[in-house]
Design a protein around this ligand. Sequence first.
Ligand code: TXE
Length: 503
Amino acid sequence: MHYAKPGTANAIVDFDSHYDNFIGGEWVAPADGEYFDNVSPVDGQVFTKIARSKEADVSRALDAGHEAKAAWAATSVADRSRILNKIADRMEENLETLAVAETWDNGKPVREALAADIPNAIDHFRYFASVIRAQEGGVSQIDEDTVAYHFHEPLGVTGQIIPWNFPLLMMSWKVAPALAAGNCTVLKPAEQTPASINIWLELVHDLLPPGVLNVVQGFGLEAGKPLAQSDKVDKVAFTGETTTGRMIMQYASENIIPVTLELGGKSPNIFFADVMDKDDGFLDKAIEGFVMFALNNGEVCTCPSRALIDESIYDEFMDRALKKVKEIKGGDPLDTNTMIGAQASEEQLEKIISYFDIAEQEGAEVVTGGNRKKYEGEQAEGYYVEPTIFKGNNKMRVFQEEIFGPVVSVTTFKDNDEALEIANDTLYGLGAGVWSRNINTAYRFGRAIQAGRVWTNCFHEYPAHAAFGGYKKSGIGRENHLMMLDHYQQTKNLLVSYSEEPQ
Ligand code: TXE
């Protein structure tokens, strides 16, 4: 099936000519009246204009959050849960609209937006709608007459800054737990993908009291920095590049507020020799696991961008893997048969291409790909690259630096010790994959790899109830899972003496 381009006949989504910020339950023009062009990576053309916010807009949004926070925090958890579930229902009723909007804004294949991004975003609202009702405080008996009560309280107004690779999914990962925990929030989407969130807001905004959720659009330094730096913000949650994360921590340190960071990655995907023991479903699954470097056009912080393959199976394994990579169908992202779409921005396209040059200079072997992909017709100006495999060693920049494209750097290992050494020889520690029929090997590796999420005989699954987050330079804190509520709440302890005797 092919979805019509937004704004044309039969299209299920149409973008307005421009979008304001969403503050205090209303669409509010930026204080200085400036807008910036938003380009679709699918065809490289401007399709809408977006509020270019500055400090004054951020401040206004934070004020709206503070006005709303007492009433929202006082809402019963049952009511908050009902509202989050209604948001999920609305999203489900409009799944295709949201998926097409996301694809047009970001360039990802619509089949992925339909099957993964939007359903997963919906599930996050449902999950946090549920866990907030099950959350309980604590009571400790200190001595016979003294009791300590522990209550969960919201932090207040949170600032949330998200990237462009999964705009609606990252919104849900941030917004659902913050609101469930009783906070109001100000969200700043990425300047590369500011549009789909407006379609989402139009669908759901009537479900939330004014000021509970505010969206301020704009650039990192102009809108993101004032948000992270403001003394009106009670917590900052950020997903993006590691160097930006470092700055976010510095800004927030001025106000001594908590920060959670989900940053870059260079995830190893390790294939032990026994995957080739039989030509069966397990081997097919492992090959699919290798090919997942191209999922979401490789623009995933946990992209399995380093493949480590036992040298004894390298030739045979790569033969199979290469055949599978050749089956990745590139093309129009709005076509449900397309498996690899457009990179999110021209800047990102150029970054990926620059790594093709770096690989060549470093002497990496190009197993396949390594070029920009050109299409005829409407997509001629879009941002496409070929799925690419490099072979080299772990010291190369293509093994150490986040490329954020459909690119995997492959190397071999002689034994388990070498595999582990290579896997952990990285600044990052977000994700990893381990593939073995021997569950003891898989378990031991899973425990030894320094990464917050180790997929074992699977990859790229993101259930709401599994903790996700980084070791090392990949971040601080976790997302998903009910433990995340801790990042959006503080603990009130009442220490009560019931004794009627003098102390
Ligand atoms: O990220 P940034 P960019 C990686 C990936 C990519 C690279 C650069 O390798 O190629 O980062 O992407 C906001 N104060 N990841 O430049 O700058 C910005 O407006 C406050 C990994 O887009 O980190 C956007 O909303 N905010 C990644 C968000 O931060 C600032 C996802 C992310 O932008 C800011 C994306 C500042 N000084 C990119 N500067 C992942 N871990 O998933 C920027 N922003």
